[in-house]
Design a protein around this ligand. Sequence first.
Ligand code: SF4
Length: 264
Amino acid sequence: METHIMLDELEVGELAIEFDDQEPQDVIRWALERFGRRLAICTSFQADGLVIADMAWRIDPTVRVFTIDTGRLPQATYQFMDQVQQHYGITLEVHGPDGQQVNAMVQRHGADLFYREVPLRLLCCQVRKVLPLRRALHHLDAWVTGLRRDQWATRSNIRKLELDHDHGGIVKINPLADWAEDEVWDYIRAHKVPHHPLYDLGYTSIGCAPCTRAVQPWEEHRAGRWWWEKGAPKECGMHCAIETGGFEHELESILGHGEEAQPG
Ligand code: SF4
């Protein structure tokens, strides 16, 4: 029988205040001691997630690290995944979408449905990212992300420790919440952390291949994500509940495995 380590709002609130001016490594060390194997690092192989993984690995080389493989990642990401595993001598936990759900979605709307309208893009993100993440987190009591407050408006209020109500009230840890982008890259250079090759081609945020492009120097950090959309959130729903734009009905009929649709 699994023993869950759950924290309540009061404890998380007090710890969040305590951690707010602490170094990310101190927060990660606390989390590893508190949650052990019930905790895992989440990375999509962007700079921030690699910094978190590197910090955790230096504290505990057996730390669990997981990723979501949407099935539409750039080839460079798959190659980089191998490079990261070799560099750290770890085996990544890879979670993918449900094949039947992907088939149902593609049969109804085509493989590149995301270019047609925002609700279909959100449907694809739900099937390929949000639901696999939910399944990955189902067996965890805490997860660590590389989210930073200055990445996007929806992230400006994140705390280093939060209760993740979108995922059963487990603990979400954002040790880099108060870091700026140049601190991330300073760490990468100082500790020789491998970095995704697409950064060298002008990318500033890296996701699925068809939904990510390089940006111009004057563009915003996440301008290359879903760049054809106007006024839609540059989020997929993994890290925050989003306005769903009416895709729930489609999702309900695609799921079909007793899995519930939810916005975030
Ligand atoms: S980023 Fe694009 S391809 Fe990836 S899950 Fe979202 S819509 Fe689908």
